[in-house]
Ligand binder design. Structure first.
Ligand SMILES: [Zn+2]
Ligand SMILES: [Zn+2]
Length: 397
């Protein structure tokens, strides 16, 4: 591996920051202390900062040479509402909050890169270090964009990195095109007419309507969209009634839709409205659909993906970079940045969990699991890739 020696030298200092952030997790848009830590370090290293984008977001700016090109490197800072099962020294100090997605590590890797880039400045242009809030469902990337992120900090391209448990340390995964899916949620409220369960003809049974809607909705996946388009529609809740002998007035269905293309999403949302309305009408009931689009699909741009993969290969070797990764139906709010700027989002292997210290929880070291911990061995690897990516992107001449 071609790690930058200087980063390996100060790795333990960055590890200490990572564990400090891990011990003090903050939920979406509450990353005040985390932002203070980031701001203090960037300032200590002579990097000018701008705070308050997307409430708690920070941008650090490093200029090298006189070139006009610019690049944005992004890390997320928020934690999850989860009770940590680990008992090691840097376990969460806050009940019910935990860095179970490794955003503590993402912040640390970008800090390590920032320190080195500020010390050396072997590039011709501007690097914007984007520390964003609220990746876990809060749309922090979108909030920073709405606060003028790309107007105030020109970025010719943006890049994002996420750790991936299960993939070996020293490996990377990326794909051109779809990496992660759009994330959307829906709620369907069916209104019937309650009755005695022994006399159903006196009412309109909303449960039968809910069952009919649930079945009909799956035809959007199997019959309406093109077979080669990927989409999933999952009903995850059906709530109705609370007695053995009463037909209730109402039933509620909730769930999620994931797609890689906005056109497919448009088709499914429109189809859902049709099915919900007419399935209910066919049985004499009425129903309403509330559909909320959360994150768009994360679509990597081809040229920037080839570029990023070439940087990863340079750092960890050809055989350790998988550039045709299967996309996942998970979602990621870096998608909002990729709608505004060309760029690439990629995965860095977090290993199988062997790195965890004694006292870790019994569960697997997987994202969003209470026994997870970010692997500190990734700090010099991820930071080296960040540095090389910036240096190559802003190479002189
Ligand atoms: Zn997460
Ligand atoms: Zn995450």
């Amino acid at each position: 591996m071609n790690l930058i020696d200087r980063i390996v030298q100060f790795q333990t200092d960055i590890e200490a920051i990572r564990r400090d952030i891990h011990a003090h997790p903050e939920l979406s848009y509450e990353e005040e202390r985390t932002a203070d830590v980031v701001a203090a370090k960037l300032t200590e290293w002579g990097i000018p900062i701008t705070r308050g984008l997307g409430k708690t977001g920070i941008v650090g700016t490093i200029v090298g040479g006189s070139g006009s090109r610019s690049v944005g490197l992004r890390a997320d800072m928020d934690a999850l509402p989860l009770q940590e099962h680990n008992q090691f020294a840097h376990k969460s100090r806050h009940a019910g909050k935990m860095h179970a997605c490794g955003h503590d590590g993402h912040t640390a890797m970008l800090l390590a890169a920032a320190k080195y880039l500020a010390e050396t400045r072997r590039f011709d242009g501007t690097v914007h270090l984007i520390f964003q809030p609220a990746e876990e469902g809060g749309g922090g990337a979108d909030a920073m964009i709405k606060d003028g992120l790309f107007e105030r900090f020109a970025c010719d391209a943006v890049f994002g990195m996420h750790n991936w448990p299960g993939a070996a340390v020293g490996t990377f995964g990326v794909a051109s095109g779809p990496m992660m899916a759009s994330s959307n949620e829906f709620e369907i409220t069916v209104t019937g007419r309650g009755a005695h369960a022994a006399m159903p003809h006196n009412g309109i049974d909303p449960i039968m309507v809910a069952v009919s809607i649930a079945q009909n909705l799956q035809t959007l996946i199997s019959r309406s969209k093109r077979p080669i388009d990927t989409a999933v529609l999952s009903i995850t809740q059906i709530h109705a009634g609370d007695a053995y002998n009463i037909i209730p007035n109402e039933a509620v269905l909730r769930g999620t839709v994931r797609t890689f293309e906005m056109e497919v999403l448009d088709l499914i949302e429109a189809g859902m409205a049709q099915i919900v309305e007419h399935s209910a009408a066919a049985l004499g009931a009425s129903a309403t659909l509330r559909f909320k689009r959360n994150y768009p699909p994360t679509i990597n741009h081809h040229e920037q993906t080839l570029f990023a993969a070439s940087v990863m290969r340079e750092v960890v070797g050809e055989e350790n970079v998988r550039s045709n990764l299967e996309p996942t139906m998970g979602s990621e709010d870096f998608a909002f940045m990729l709608l505004k700027r060309p760029g690439c989002y990629f995965f860095i292997g977090n290993g199988g969990g062997e790195h965890r210290m004694p006292g870790h929880g019994e569960g697997p070291c997987m994202l969003h699991n209470p026994s997870y911990d970010f692997n500190d061995a990734l700090i010099p690897i991820g930071a080296t890739v960040w540095v090389r990516l910036a240096e190559r992107y802003l190479a002189a001449g």
